[in-house]
Structure formats: structure tokens, C-alpha cells
Write a protein that binds this ligand. Structure first.
Ligand SMILES: [Zn+2]
Length: 70
């Protein structure tokens, strides 16, 4: 049994074990920052779209949602 080799999501190269690898789970700081930048760019846009349209998903925002489904 061998531990699966982690692959860097940014460049696909082998990733060193967490211990001693401050860029984990990436192979290097460079890849970590590159991937993080892409990820944040996309998630910030999605979060801005979803968070800007009111109380969608707020459990206390719908007075009719008490279970009276007759
Ligand atoms: Zn890499």
C-alpha cells in the first residue's frame, strides 16, 4: 500500500507531503498563489451575485413557511 501521490492543481506536478511544505496542497508557493487567485476571482463574483439580492435563504424571512400546508 502506498499513499496516493498528490498532484498540484495548478501545474500537475507532484506535491511534497504537508510536513515541510508550506504551500500544501500545492507544489510551491507560486502555484498556490496562482490557484488561489483564480479561485477567489470566481468565488467573489458568485458570492456577490448571490448575496446582493436580498434575503433568499434566510430562515426567518418567510412568515408563511411554518408548516401549515393544507
Ligand atoms: Zn505546481
Amino acid at each position: 500500500m502506498t499513499a496516493p501521490v498528490r498532484r498540484c492543481r495548478s501545474c500537475g506536478g507532484a506535491v511534497a507531503p504537508r510536513a515541510g511544505n508550506r504551500a500544501f496542497p500545492f507544489c510551491s508557493d507560486r502555484c498556490r498563489l496562482a490557484d488561489l487567485g483564480r479561485w477567489l476571482d470566481g468565488s467573489y463574483r458568485i458570492a456577490a451575485e448571490r448575496g446582493g439580492d436580498g434575503a433568499d435563504g434566510d430562515p426567518g424571512g418567510d412568515p408563511r413557511g411554518e408548516g401549515e400546508d393544507s
